[in-house]
Design a protein around this ligand. Structure first.
Ligand code: F6R
Length: 596
């Protein structure tokens, strides 16, 4: 997600800004740029791609004030023109922006009528043009006036070649001000500036700030000058590597909108005869371990539903020793690390059996890639937390792509079907972000599990594997004993264990099994089991059947596993944290399990 930084002080601005942008890299981005004022002239440099690309191509930029940005494309493709900073016509004002300007089309049309020529497709570019329109010697006043006409969310940093000031503004997007010795920074978050200072002022919605040779001043949304307390943050540089998150796992959970976006861009839908997915197989066999196995179970429903093929899922440690009945399945091996010994061995076994093989993995060049006919790379980015989070989400995502390819190759899907699925897939980064926005509520309700010694997770249909994954995440990082069940199975034995001390997570998404799961929740309540239900924002009746509800955004049921997965990861994380567990390196679990 976009990151912004601003600087005014006594040191050369550009290197500090670029370093800050590197510290914001974890947020995800696809282009970057810097603007400074050097000897009264605005100079800028932007690049599509990585900050390293920006650095390599960057001319020497002097000057003691400037702004920088990492952009994650929303309006307009990743390109140099669309990268920030954006300038006004005269090239004296530069703006970096994080957020979305909802009414930019109307403003743009107005400005075009007034003769403004736009250089980018972004919503942001209206801002420098508006500021230029209102500029009358005070950048702060012009920014304030421009903001009055904007709807949406923004964090901004603005410079002008004629005034020794950096102006910042905040509305519904993160922006902090960090105060050093004779210098002040603006940043999306603290890691960007932590190596220079740990004094911070948290700006509030509606605030506008100016940083000039006399220091900084803040005005609130009503235009009144205000004093905001400085805080000293208790973070060190190692935390900065974690992007300010207390654990890599949390950081990685929060990186998922970008991981989904990146993975979707990187997983092509080929289709057509002669490609990886065509062949003489009659079914699909998915083989994996642990969390990847659960992604495979979700994949079974996705492939079955979209491409109508028979699918079986098997644990890799079992596959090698299982009988091989007649038939010719396409074998899909799922492993984020690409190194899991059981899965790599299963790939070899599949080949020995003469199967066509596909691997879904997150690690380029890993062992599994050398054992299969075709590789689908998820592009979740490096996952440091040992318990899988964003790689699970990316694996599930990969199954939509595999299903589309199989559907097209097998002619069970036509172009309209494919288009519809692709449209839904494109909404996922936004929906994942909305799900992450519910984290404070999940954190609150996680308290239900803090002192429990056992918990159950139940779900039906495509959400049954999520119950398994929720239970696995819970046990591996919080050491709370947890079991996942298809909710219809509870009455065949496990209900014996339900008491007032056994919290139950019920995944109750409104699909064709919804009424049934409500019934199963009734069976739990009748035994006094406290229920935490996970539903979507349309499930108004869910509160009647449960003690607490976690609401996520609505997605059609076939896509909701992605969102439910995020909720369950956060739930396990907060429970583990409340129980004082060492989250990033849980006991007895390794990132790549290279023994069979
Ligand atoms: C769970 C977890 C493990 C792995 C399993 C397979 O959080 O991390 O269960 O999912 O060891 O690992 P990969 O996907 O690397 O084959």
């Amino acid at each position: 997600m976009c990151g912004i930084i601003g600087y005014r002080g006594q040191r050369t601005a550009a290197p500090l800004i670029v370093k800050g942008l590197q510290r914001l890299e974890y947020r995800g981005y696809d282009s970057a740029g810097v603007a400074v004022v050097e000897k009264g002239k605005l100079r800028f440099h932007k690049r599509k791609g990585s900050i390293q690309d920006l650095i390599i191509s960057m001319p020497e930029l002097g000057g003691f004030r400037g702004i920088g940005h990492t952009r994650w494309a929303t309006h307009g493709v990743p390109s140099e023109d669309n990268a920030h900073p954006h300038m006004d016509r005269s090239g004296s004002i530069a703006v970096v922006h994080n957020g979305i300007i909802e009414n930019y089309i109307d403003i743009r049309e107005e400005l075009v009528k007034e003769g403004v020529k736009f250089r980018s497709e972004t919503d942001t570019e209206v801002i420098p043009h508006l500021i230029a329109k209102y500029y009358d010697g005070s950048l702060k006043d012009a920014v304030e006036r421009a903001l009055k006409g904007l709807h949406g969310s923004f964090a901004l940093a603005v410079i002008h070649s004629d005034e020794d000031v950096v102006v910042g503004a905040r509305m519904d997007s993160p922006l902090i001000m960090a105060v050093g010795d004779g210098e002040v920074f603006l940043a999306s978050d603290m890691p960007a500036v932590l190596e220079h200072t740990n004094r911070v002022v948290y700006l509030q919605n509606g605030d506008i700030v100016t940083i000039d040779p006399d220091g900084y001043r803040i005005w609130d949304g009503k235009g009144e000058e205000v004093h905001r307390e400085e805080d000293v943050v208790d973070l060190n540089l190692e935390d900065a590597e974690k992007g300010g998150y207390s654990h890599f796992m949390l950081k990685e959970i929060f990186e998922q909108p970008y991981a989904v976006h990146k993975s979707l861009l990187g997983m092509p839908i080929n289709g057509g005869p002669g490609r990886a997915y065509t062949g003489r197989y009659d079914s699909v066999k998915i083989v994996a371990c642990g969390t990847s196995y659960h992604a495979g179970l979700v994949g079974k429903y996705i492939i079955g539903e979209l491409s109508k093929m028979p699918v079986q899922v098997e644990m890799a440690s079992e596959y090698r020793y299982s009988p091989h009945p007649k038939g010719n399945p396409l074998v899909i091996l799922v492993t984020q690390s690409g190194e899991t010994a059981d899965t790599v061995a299963a790939a070899r076994e599949a080949r020995l059996r003469g199967r066509r093989t596909i691997a879904i993995t997150n690690v380029v060049g890993s062992s599994i890639t050398r054992e299969v006919d075709h590789v689908v790379y998820t592009r979740a980015g490096i996952e440091i937390g040992v318990a899988a989070s964003k790689t699970f989400t990316a694996q599930v995502l990969a199954f939509y792509i595999v299903a589309l390819n199989l559907g097209m190759a097998g002619k069970t899907m036509n172009a309209d079907d494919v288009r519809e699925v692709k449209q839904h897939l494109r909404t996922l980064p936004r929906l994942v972000q909305k799900t992450l926005d519910t984290a404070p509520d999940i954190e609150k309700k996680a308290k239900m599990f803090k002192d429990a010694s056992s918990a159950f997770f139940i779900g039906r249909n495509i959400h049954y594997p999520l119950a398994l994954e929720g239970a696995l995440k819970m046990k591996e990082i919080s050491y709370l004993h947890a079991e996942g069940y298809p909710s219809g199975e509870l009455k065949h034995g496990p209900l014996a264990l339900i008491t007032t001390e056994t919290p139950v997570v019920a995944i109750a998404i409104r699909d064709h099994t919804y009424e049934k799961i409500l019934g199963n929740m009734g069976e739990v309540s009748a035994r006094g089991g406290p229920i935490l239900a996970i539903g979507d924002e349309r499930n108004h009746d869910l509160a009647k059947y449960s003690d607490e509800v976690l609401y996520m955004p609505y997605a059609p049921p076939i896509f909701s596993p992605i969102l439910v997965g995020v909720v369950l990861q956060l739930l396990a994380y907060y429970v583990a944290r409340d129980r004082g567990c060492e989250i990033d390196k849980p006991r007895n679990l390794a990132k790549s399990v290279t023994v069979e």
